[in-house]
Design a protein around this ligand. Sequence first.
Ligand code: PMV
Length: 309
Amino acid sequence: MPVGSACGKIILFGEHAVVYGRPALAVPLSQIRARATVVARAKDGIVIHARDLGRDIVVNDALVEDALAAITRLTLEKHGAAENLDITVESDIPLASGLGSGAAISTAIVRALSTYFEKVLAPAEISALVYETEKMYHGTPSGIDNTVIAYEQAVRFRRGTPLPEITPFQIARPFTLVIANTGIASPTKITVGDVRRGWEQEPARYEKIFDNIAAIVEQAQEALARGENEMLGELMTLNQRELVALGVSSREIENLLEAGLRAGAGGGKLSGGGRGGNVIFYVEEERAEEVRRAVLEAGAAGVILTRVV
Ligand code: PMV
């Protein structure tokens, strides 16, 4: 049966500023994935069975802003294909939590349809298709989610016209991240929109914050390349301070950060759009279990431990 799968992602440094042309660093999260399967349908039409959403979507009847129907239409157009199909999607990636669930589900659908029609798409082509649906989730997305997920590799991303700058970055020594979910679904479109309004009202103040974030990204990239991982925690905490200044943190995020840092994490920050979603901690391996326990006690809805390599 034609199957497509796609990883989640974590932004290590640089969210929000990346929408304004500054660089950001993101890594794939391969252990949590979205999957799609495609089979021929005996009856007329194309139906998407979205198990996690408890929804069946009839593609021909779906609203234009339905992202799952849209990615299906776009992929079929790209392949010049038209057939009756049942598409089933499921995902381990929590929705609206900064782990790239929307882009991962779209990528899984593109891959499953491409396998079904025996077409091969390059990561850049997949990424471009998925970017179209990211606009539905995000409003003005930078393109970082679809890029990391379609390439499934660590990337430094910088928005550009006509094309973004996408460069792999080096991780000289693997390190451990604790990823803690606040349990609060926070649509990226809202925080991205709020930052935009702030920037329109006080451009100089916001530009300065974006520049500060860009400087942190450069330092983090150098530290990663040199294997100076012990700097990462402090840089995360500095990046978090800038995200607070942008107004995208929240009481729940601060609460989890405080608990993790008290339990010995080297540093931490929110990851993704903010106001909910996930926080990430840089931890020494031997502290990871203690940090995990502490954030769960502080109310985290879920914790993922991952080695970034
Ligand atoms: O999809 P999320 O929540 O990981 O957020 C994406 C990161 C932002 O920089 C906030 C938005 C964007 O389009 O880059």
